[in-house]
Design a protein around this ligand. Structure first.
Ligand SMILES: NC(=O)c1ccc[n+]([C@@H]2O[C@H](COP(=O)([O-])OP(=O)(O)OC[C@H]3O[C@@H](n4cnc5c(N)ncnc54)[C@H](OP(=O)(O)O)[C@@H]3O)[C@@H](O)[C@H]2O)c1
Length: 275
């Protein structure tokens, strides 16, 4: 693997992908950002776009497609085209069949993707993060923060929200360094926070009052669709928050420290770096 080969970042316009692309570029590595809207057009639902993205690439970071998962097919296509190393984004709980216990009983296809990769003969690393802290600052939950009320179906559950910059640093270590191959890193922040505590951290950081109002999954879906979120997305989000509400997300994991040799960033740290 030479340092001049481009590193492919599928989903390189998203929350983790664009951070990884930026870190790689800062380290002088050639980067190929690929997605539907990127200069290198890659569409999970259109395999005709895959070959051009994979051409001449030996290392790739992959953000899978949750709505229509095709990771096993991509792993096979990439191996056939000479890929040597893949770092795959997955999610905490992917290996637990009862984890989501939701109306679709889905794991978003993460486990099938992980299994295809680990059986492929490629060098592999799997990242299983918990909920990203950035969901509150740039993702699905930021409108709730703006409105000052985290109306979420999370009950009194807690989660050690993980900073996407930590995920990106672990990914870059695995893409460019040794010692991470064949590893599955479960990535979390340092301590579990209830949504009430998240609201208090935002209040302290911004000076604007933010509260948490626990709502039922059905009320969440109704409120989100009322605000213009597509019903299927609102339902998926409600299902994905089930483990958090049931207390399954609360335990911190050691993945950031295992991979980087330093503790993970806190939510306070995440907010202090927003400027
Ligand atoms: N958010 C969380 O808290 C969290 C926690 C654990 C695990 N995860 C996992 O992380 C992954 C990413 O989720 P996210 O919400 O953070 O999304 P994201 O990475 O911010 O955005 C999705 C990325 O995928 C690209 N994309 C979407 N549809 C595509 C398609 N059909 N073909 C090619 N590229 C496509 C998007 O770019 P274009 O729109 O330009 O195509 C974008 O770059 C998911 O697999 C999710 O299960 C997320």
């Amino acid at each position: 693997m030479t340092n001049t080969d481009p590193i492919l970042v599928i989903g390189g316009t998203g929350t983790t992908g664009r951070r990884i692309a930026r870190l790689l570029a800062e380290r002088g590595r050639a980067v190929r950002v690929a997605s539907r809207s990127a200069a290198h057009r890659f569409d999970w639902t259109d395999p005709a776009t895959w070959d051009a993205a994979l051409d001449g690439v030996r290392t790739a970071y992959v953000v899978p497609n949750d709505t229509e998962p095709h990771t096993p097919e991509l792993v096979a296509a990439a191996r056939d085209r000479g890929l040597e190393r893949m770092v795959l984004l997955s999610a905490r709980g992917s290996d637990d069949p009862g984890y989501y216990a939701d109306r679709r009983n889905t794991d978003n296809g993460h486990l099938q993707g992980e299994q295809a990769l680990s059986a492929s003969g490629l060098e592999w690393t799997v990242l299983r993060p918990t909920w990203f802290a950035q969901n509150f600052t740039e993702g699905f939950f930021s409108p709730l923060v703006e409105a000052g009320d985290l109306r979420l179906p999370t009950g009194e559950g807690a989660c050690p929200f993980v900073d996407a910059d930590d995920i990106a640093e672990v990914a870059v270590a695995a893409l460019t360094g040794d010692g991470h191959q064949g590893r599955t890193y479960e990535l979390t922040g340092p301590r579990p926070l209830t949504l009430h505590e998240v609201a208090r951290v935002f209040t302290a950081a911004t000076g604007r009052t933010v509260v948490h109002t626990p709502v039922t999954p059905d009320a969440f879906i109704a409120e989100q669709t009322g605000a213009g979120v597509p019903a299927d997305l609102a339902e998926v989000l409600a299902d994905l928050m089930g483990p958090l509400a049931r207390g399954r997300e609360a335990h911190p994991s050691t993945g950031v420290e295992d991979a980087l040799g330093r503790p993970p960033r806190s939510l306070e740290d995440t907010l202090s770096r927003r400027g």
